[in-house]
Design a protein. Structure first.
Length: 276
């Protein structure tokens, strides 16, 4: 190219440069239209794992009670708040929105949690219509302000797993591509009874509290360096302030439940414990 350029006159050089720039612009425009103007379709930073890694390492669960968390450091703490409770009752799906106030700093990343309850007095039929209605109710949470992820909390029994899987598939199809999808998980789901691998979710959060007689066994195995079998369970875990752990396995995110309303002192204790 340098040799050819020396043989051309100044005017012809300018013409050649203009033509080359025009060709490049046309190629860029063609790429823009082909990708629908969405340049990050080839950007690896848009991957699920990368977006999860950008969440703070400490996430506070804010359950159905008045919560004032406007003092937290949004660079270090995120909030997962109970946004909706869904009751499966016979052939119906009954939804109740959050009724208690929640205050968080402007711009803090928040995770909208939907709790699913199966009513034992009137067992759910787990019909295709209930699958669609449940998924639709949960998908609405993605439109709330600053929501980066939707989380589903459902202690599905063995007979409810196919229903739950179908709900998650339907839900993933309804959520925006940019919205992450998380579930809470019984520790047994992650360890010896793994059925999570084919679920269309970005993470499963093993619950290391309210475990009953299995708790000591699971905790001793984790302390010995024994990881959960399910890969989706290996990056996060859930603990409670009233069941403290002396040693946490190395994970990217720790969700913390508090049976009472959060206070600055409690948040500070959680941050100090997670920093060890």
């Amino acid at each position: 190219m340098p040799f050819i350029m020396r043989k051309l006159s100044g005017q012809r050089v300018r013409f050649a440069l203009v033509a080359a720039i025009g060709a490049c612009l046309l190629l860029l425009l063609a790429f823009w239209f082909q990708t629908g103007g969405n340049s990050h379709v080839v950007d690896e930073s848009s991957s699920s794992a990368h977006r999860l890694s950008r969440l703070p390492s400490t996430i506070l669960w804010a359950w159905e009670r008045p919560e004032n968390l406007d003092y937290i450091d949004q660079q270090r703490v995120a909030v997962a708040f109970l946004a909706k409770t869904i009751y499966l009752r016979a052939d119906t799906v009954v939804s109740r929105p959050r009724l208690q106030p929640l205050a968080v700093p402007a711009g803090v990343p928040v995770i909208a949690v939907a709790r699913i309850e199966s009513e034992r007095a009137k067992p759910a039929t787990l019909s295709p219509q209930q699958i669609k209605e449940t998924a639709r109710e949960i998908s609405e949470l993605s439109s709330l302000p600053n929501v980066v992820m939707v989380q589903v909390d459902f202690d599905a029994t063995l007979t409810e797993r196919n229903f739950y899987r179908s709900v998650l598939i339907e839900l993933r199809a309804k959520l925006p591509e940019s919205t992450l999808l998380s579930i809470t998980a019984l520790a047994s789901w992650c360890k010896g009874d793994n059925w999570l691998d084919d679920l269309p979710i970005d993470e499963a959060v093993p619950m290391l509290f309210r475990m009953g007689v299995e708790r000591n066994q699971f905790l001793s195995q984790l302390a010995a360096g024994d990881e959960f079998n399910a890969k989706l369970c290996q990056a996060s875990l859930g603990i409670s302030t009233d069941e403290p752990l002396t040693r946490l396995p190395p994970v990217q995110r720790v969700y913390v439940f508090n049976p009472e309303s959060w206070s600055p002192a409690q948040v500070n204790r959680v941050m100090e414990a997670n920093a060890k």
